[in-house]
Design a protein around this ligand. Structure first.
Ligand code: F1P
Length: 353
């Protein structure tokens, strides 16, 4: 099952999609700059469903960190049902609708409602330029996506995130960011490969029963997506929280059967180190994901996944995601679950009339 799984294959070689997307984005950057420049002064609302909502959370954080533009994230269903909460009066907005398929019902309806009832322009970022979302949006970002065969989103998550980071580099007129993204695409597969032994070791730990993923800022969405992958692929109990929120109640459920993954940041300084010490005292198994230079600061970690130094909180979400996808995939293999055919799940959710 392992080697033949197309979900596994798409996880370990997703940087191929990054390189293809970056080459296209670079070649068309003047066109993209023309599309997004007029919206510099607006609040950018990122939205989607499921994985694409966690992508929206991550994208909103990194885009704001890169550009200084006001952003927020909302599930597409919130725009459908409570548009006033998402688009309160007195401000001007751009809705960035994120969707691998471009056909998810809530996302299509949310974009329509934003445009038709709120006069909010929409920018569609989808893997399918012929989808309803893309063809109905006056603004769209199109680049060649290799069709993802996995039902659950893997490389599409990181490639869509990469495209938002690239847009941020255009808006910020920061060419060094685009160069860093290209460097990440060149070395990303090695980063994932280097994490595989740890991913397999955790996945094989039969003493583990539940998983907790903790992240702040741009890593809160990554923690949520890592938790969803563990549910979708490995049919396992998982939860995600803003890291320091875990002390405020949820840690009451921690036990020796719990794996807690802490996605470390530069911004948090000593707070995450103190949290790791507290988590260890709970008796849980601790995984810390960090830049290599931070590894020594988390001596109590049972497991460590490191990424190269120098890319920082703005871009590390791109490095952190693939190893966490791999962890869920190996957990599925250990449980003899086929991640290519996830239970109760379809590649796209389309609601009836
Ligand atoms: C959104 C989504 C996925 C989920 C599953 C069903 O798809 O909810 O996040 O993993 O595949 O569809 P999309 O709007 O990004 O196509």
């Amino acid at each position: 099952m392992h080697q033949n799984s197309h979900t596994y294959q798409e996880i370990v070689r997703q940087q191929t999609a990054w390189k293809r997307a970056l080459a296209f984005l670079e070649a068309n950057k003047e066109e993209q700059r023309r599309v997004i420049e007029p919206y510099h002064g607006r609040t950018w609302v990122f939205s989607g469903c499921g994985t694409s909502y966690y992508l929206a959370q991550t994208a909103a954080a990194v885009f704001s960190m890169i550009t200084g533009i006001r952003t927020r994230a909302a599930p597409a269903s919130e725009i459908m049902m409570f548009p006033d909460l998402v688009f309160p009066g007195g401000d001007e907005y751009l809705l960035v609708a994120l969707s691998r398929s471009g056909t998810t019902t809530e996302t299509v309806l949310a974009a329509r409602r934003a445009r038709e009832e709120r006069r909010v322009p929409t920018l569609a970022i989808s893997c399918d330029p012929h989808s309803a979302l893309s063809t109905e949006s006056p603004l769209r970002l199109e680049f060649p996506f290799e069709k993802e065969r996995s039902v659950v989103m893997t490389g599409s998550f990181t490639t869509l995130l990469l495209s938002v980071m690239f847009l941020g580099s255009l808006m910020a007129k920061d060419d060094s960011l685009a160069r860093k993204l290209n460097e990440m695409a060149d070395i990303g597969a090695d980063v994932t490969e280097a994490s595989e032994a740890v991913a397999r070791s955790i996945a094989a730990d039969a003493g583990l029963e539940d998983f907790v993923f903790l992240g702040q800022g741009p890593f809160a969405g990554i923690a949520a997506e890592a938790g969803l992958k563990m549910q979708e692929m490995a049919i396992s109990v998982s939860h995600a929280y803003h890291s320091l929120e875990y002390r405020h109640g949820p840690m009451s459920t921690a036990s020796g059967k719990t794996l807690i993954a802490l996605l470390s940041t530069h911004a948090a300084g000593s707070h995450e180190r103190k949290l790791a010490q507290d988590l260890k005292r709970l008796g849980a198994r601790i995984l810390v994901v960090s830049e290599a230079a931070q590894r020594g600061q988390f001596a109590e970690a049972d497991y460590h996944i490191t990424v190269p130094d120098g890319f920082g909180d703005e871009l590390n979400a791109l490095f952190y995601m693939p190893p966490l996808q791999l962890l869920a995939c190996h957990r599925a293999f250990e449980k003899n679950i086929d991640p290519d055919n996830p239970r109760n799940l379809t590649a796209v959710v389309k609601l009836g009339a």
